[in-house]
Design a protein around this ligand. Structure first.
Ligand SMILES: [Zn+2]
Length: 428
């Protein structure tokens, strides 16, 4: 094994993005975890592999057995293989499904949820820090201590306000605040009050915007009057609970856009006031059937241009527009590029992206890892997948004569851990 590979494989990571269940959510399903809970994002490739045969996608064991062999070689599939081999010494193969379930249950039996997270996230995946996506709900559970490990910080995520087509998000905010929200100004005030409460926990790390799942990233500058008119109409519109993505037409109606864009600016302005980083989903979307065209980071250029004092952490290598993201990061000093989730979507493209970014962007602006998973054992495979890719890229740089070993180690430590610690103000 090369020295640099050894350095990378044994290095701690800064996980820039995860959606881990709280301890309470984890325990609620403790008895049910089986081989399917190792799949993570691979479920989407099972759907793709099944084509038009099963419109809902493979859900039964027989269906997983039938389509897993067809998609096991994709990045999603390889992450599953890595997790199963690394943790249980088993290939993720239908013949081993029962053994994997047994091994998984064995690994959590007798461990409390905090111990489970400590074992998988800290000990096995070596994720030293995690920025947890804190999706905003009425409940204040996310504000209470004892839901996630001490090493987790939270991103305030209430991006429904950037694509609201009905009163749903307003009602969520009213519920959280415990009082009604009658006007646009009260809405902005209420969002800021909610952020205050998250901030008081001392664990708020960022504002997260994942609106690419529901609308494009092109943000205009509506007037306050336009936004207010939209607010007044939308506030009385019955909430549609059928799932945001089915509601795209309403979300993209001009009036909804005026309000959404206005509130997007309110979130970023709050970030500017607090010097809070803004994390934004760009590029490919989880699942299937996502609307990709509006997700490229290039749409954000007017925002990057406008908010020069805000530090933007742009996610997922913006794949399949990773080269564009590199050019953006080279041009805009307020942009950091983030490979969270990218290694599993497309390992080959991620290696190319990291390689070209290292050739174009100062390496203190590159974040090389985030698992973006829901269950702690997934981080073991996702970490390893990222490390394999990072090591390969640095080996190539050394072979090409662009870096010596010591330099490659310096770069690895920065992009895997230190850049994140510095950016989020967390001690090493
Ligand atoms: Zn995510």
């Amino acid at each position: 094994m090369s020295h640099i590979r050894e350095h990378v494989l044994n290095h701690d990571l800064f996980c820039h993005h995860d959606h881990h269940r709280s301890y309470q959510e984890f325990d609620a399903e403790r008895e049910e975890y089986d081989f399917r809970h190792v799949l993570g994002y691979a479920s989407a490739d099972l759907v793709t592999a099944a084509g038009t045969v099963t419109p809902r996608g493979p859900v039964t064991r027989e269906e997983v057995e039938r389509y897993w062999p067809k998609m096991r070689l994709t990045g999603y599939g390889r992450a599953v293989t890595l997790t199963a081999r690394e943790l249980f010494g088993l290939d993720y193969d239908p013949a081993n499904f029962d053994a994997i379930t047994a091994a998984l249950q064995d690994s959590i039996r007798g461990r409390s949820a905090p111990e489970v997270y400590d074992y998988f996230v800290h000990e096995r995946a070596r994720n030293r820090w995690t920025i947890q996506d804190g999706k905003f709900r009425c409940s204040t559970t996310a504000l209470e201590p004892g839901t996630h490990p001490e090493s987790y910080r939270f991103a305030f995520r209430f991006d429904e306000v950037t694509y609201l087509a009905d009163a749903g998000p307003i009602q969520t905010l009213e519920c959280f605040l415990g009082h009604p929200v009658y006007t646009l100004d009260e809405m902005v005030q209420g969002i800021n009050e909610a952020i205050d409460r998250f901030r008081e926990t001392g664990k708020l790390a960022a504002i997260k915007i994942g609106m690419a799942y529901s609308r494009d990233l092109a943000v205009l500058d509506p007037t306050r009057a336009e936004a207010e008119a939209a607010f007044n109409r939308i506030r009385t519109r019955k909430a549609f609970w059928g799932g945001v993505q089915q509601n795209n037409a309403a979300v993209n109606a001009p009036e909804a856009r005026a309000l959404g864009d206005y509130l997007f600016h309110a979130l970023v302005q709050r970030a500017a006031d607090e010097d809070l980083p803004v994390q934004i989903h760009t590029g490919y979307l989880a699942g299937n059937w996502g609307s990709l065209a509006g997700t490229k980071a290039l749409h954000l250029v007017p925002v990057l241009e406008k908010y020069r004092s805000v530090r933007f952490d742009l996610f997922h290598a913006s794949w399949p527009w990773a080269s564009e993201l590199g050019a953006i990061a080279k041009n805009y000093p307020n942009v950091w590029v983030d490979m969270c989730w990218a290694w599993t979507m497309n390992p080959a493209e991620s290696e190319r992206a990291l390689s070209e970014w290292l050739d174009a962007v100062p390496f203190n602006k590159i974040f090389a890892y985030g698992a973006d998973t829901g269950l702690p054992w997934s981080n073991v495979g996702y970490s390893l997948q990222a490390k394999i890719g990072i090591a390969r890229v640095l080996e190539q740089k050394i072979d090409a004569g662009y870096m010596d070993e010591a330099t490659a180690r310096e770069v690895a430590s920065a992009i895997m851990l230190e850049n994140g610690e510095e950016f989020y103000g967390l001690a090493g």
